[in-house]
Design a protein around this ligand. Structure first.
Ligand code: G6P
Length: 609
């Protein structure tokens, strides 16, 4: 899982490729590389272990001047994150960058090794390189070589190639991993997404499954998997409209936490008719809420916790049973799905491989496909019957924050729409809930004001080796999200439990070294959660309670560190309570000196299984 770019330009293209790769680092940052052509047409390459800045430093010291380049940022799948395994891989005839997995690489590699070909990396990509190189030795024709090689590759991938002696030819191919073509003025581009190409153009063509494309300064020819020349529409990506910088913040994550009131407000404005005080979905739904008997929600990581929260909302507000599963399980467990059911897929990137595979499974089972995505041009969006966009803007920090709260916001609106349509929610109740929902951005502003205190609590928590999170009702999935956030960026081990499950095992962990974060707004479940908290206190546990004034007051525990949030309708508390949960993880990670925006071993968008 990686990011790839290709550029045919009128200026040194390797430097431009690095500019594009900066926007693809969310796909991985184990190593990076560029390949260009020298003035006499030879392939020149620079590769570096680790973050893109290492490659940028190498390029500064050794500029490449060629006007054509391919570039890569890597999340290691096959082979360690070393320079030898970094892309582009190259022979003297061709260089390739690759995102995805070539599943039959072992068999291909064995075929070459039998013929005495030496591999210089441990990657699956190198098998593609040698296939193309061998085809080029036969015909000398790059287009013919690619057409011959592509049918031999199994798996999900996007590829980009440059060829020695061809400074006006770039070839790309897409099968199971996204690839966009960017159209410039006498310049052409390839990229894993439109955001990567935003510094150069916002006119893009999204390739379809099985497409491969031949680019030159004069234009583009797209072939489908049968090698027939096809037309694919040009679109405005809109990606250029987004500024991708940290503003005054130290990290993207800090900026993204801080901008939540704004983006949640923007998402609300999209789904709520503010004058009528009612939900108004700006799309026509291709199903009837009244005919549904069940919803199946599928997602990965943080997005799956948004799905868990939404389960409570759909069940309580619309009386619709919901099943939630992580996509990596859902896609293989052969779930029987009722005819014409609704399957909801939640994804920030819209490219997560398991979620996309789950979507395709549900589609084959005759489900209506609704996706809640942050990237409306993504594969998941494009394969859905209806798209509910979250308007969070590009999220750069690997740990999801604003995308999560925008997912919750959109799902809350959807649950209200379902409740109205099914008659389980009266108009007056809808208006009351809408007015509570509209108050959320201001409540988030209030929550952000506690940052200094939360930072202080986080510094203390950062000394721990393990942390336990507890919550009931919708605070339970938020506890899961809190533990995930802390693990991801601070590398402190954290677990989350439904508070009522404490006595069934995790209580054995409690001692004076274990911080226990209890998420408990003063809601109808509060008393129950407080009982569980007493059980922790009785065993010397260090409790950090996140609640409102009433909740903190009634808890009546001396040992307690409290984080106070404003009073609100507890129904939507998960959106606001996300703020302290995110800030705790953020400040713990900063205190420990961790790389908050690009934590080790992770990637923002996981386009492999
Ligand atoms: C990765 C990211 C997580 C994210 C998950 C799902 O693991 O690090 O932050 O929640 O993928 O991504 P998606 O783009 O589908 O929401």
């Amino acid at each position: 899982m990686c990011g790839i770019v290709g550029i045919i330009s009128n200026e040194p293209a390797a430097a431009q490729a690095i500019e594009a790769l900066k926007r693809l680092e969310y796909r991985g940052y184990d190593s990076s590389g560029v390949a260009s052509l020298s003035s006499d047409g030879r392939i020149e390459r620079l590769r570096a272990e680790g973050k893109l800045k290492n490659l940028a430093a190498k390029l500064n010291a050794n500029p490449l001047f060629g006007h054509i380049a391919i570039g890569h940022t890597r999340w290691a799948t096959h082979g360690r994150p070393t320079e030898d395994n970094a892309h582009p891989h190259a022979t003297e005839r061709v260089a390739v960058v690759h995102n995805g997995i070539i599943e039959n690489f072992r068999e291909l590699r064995a075929e070459f090794e039998k013929d005495g070909v030496k591999f210089s990396s441990e990657t699956d990509t190198e098998a593609v390189l040698h296939l193309v190189d061998r085809a080029l030795q036969k015909s000398g024709d790059p287009t013919k070589a690619i057409a011959e090689v592509l049918p031999r590759l199994k798996g999900a991938f996007a590829l980009g190639f440059v060829f020695s002696g061809h400074d006006n030819l770039l070839i790309g191919a897409r099968q199971g991993a996204p690839l966009a073509v960017g159209h410039g003025e006498g310049e052409m581009y390839l990229g894993s997404d439109a955001l990567a190409l935003a510094p150069f153009t916002d006119t893009v063509t999204y390739l379809e499954e099985g497409d491969w494309v031949v680019l030159s300064r004069e234009g583009v020819t797209i072939h489908d998997r049968t090698n027939t020349i096809v037309k694919r529409a040009k679109q405005k990506s809109g990606a250029g409209a987004f500024l991708v910088d940290k503003g005054n913040h130290r990290h993207f994550m800090a900026k993204e936490i801080a901008e939540q009131p704004e983006v949640v407000g923007r998402t609300l404005a999209h789904y709520i008719d503010m004058n009528a005080g009612r939900v108004h979905l700006p799309v026509t739904l291709p199903f009837d809420w009244n005919k549904l008997t069940r919803i199946t929600i599928t997602a990965c990581g943080t997005a799956s916790y948004a799905g868990h929260v939404a389960k409570y909302w759909f069940e309580q507000i619309a009386r619709l049973p919901v099943e939630v599963d992580v996509a990596s399980e859902f896609r293989y467990r052969e779930a029987p799905l009722l005819d014409s059911g609704l399957a909801i897929f939640i994804s920030q990137s819209g490219e997560t491989a398991d979620t996309l595979a789950g979507l395709r499974y549900a589609k084959a089972q005759g489900q209506f496909i609704l996706s809640v995505v942050n990237v409306p041009t993504s594969s998941i969006a494009r394969e859905s019957d209806v798209v509910i966009p979250t308007l969070a803007g590009p999220e750069i920090g690997v740990a999801s924050t604003k995308a999560f709260t925008c997912q919750l916001t959109a799902l809350a609106c959807l649950a209200l729409a379902a409740g109205r349509a099914r008659g389980t929610l009266s108009e007056a109740d809808e208006q009351a809930l809408v007015s509570d929902l509209v108050a959320v951005p201001a409540l988030m502003v209030e929550a952000l004001k506690s940052e200094a205190h939360i930072e202080h609590v986080a510094h203390d928590m950062a000394k721990a080796k393990d942390v336990l999170y507890l919550g009931r009702g919708t605070s339970y999935p938020l506890a899961l999200e809190g533990a995930l956030k802390l693990k991801e960026i601070s590398y402190i081990h954290a677990e989350a439990y439904a508070a009522g499950e404490l006595k069934h095992g995790p209580i054995a962990l409690i001692d004076e070294d274990l911080p226990v974060i209890v998420i408990a707004p003063h809601d109808p479940l509060y008393e129950k959660t407080v009982s569980n908290m007493q059980e922790v206190a009785a065993r010397g546990g260090r409790i950090i309670l996140i609640s409102d004034r009433e909740g903190l007051h009634e808890a009546g525990l001396k040992t307690l560190a409290g984080i106070e949030l404003p009073k609100m309708n507890p129904r939507f508390a998960p959106i606001v309570y996300s703020v302290p949960v995110q800030l705790l993880a953020y400040h713990a990670a900063v205190a420990l000196g961790k790389d908050v925006d690009q934590p080790r071993n992770l990637a923002k968008s996981v386009t492999v299984e």
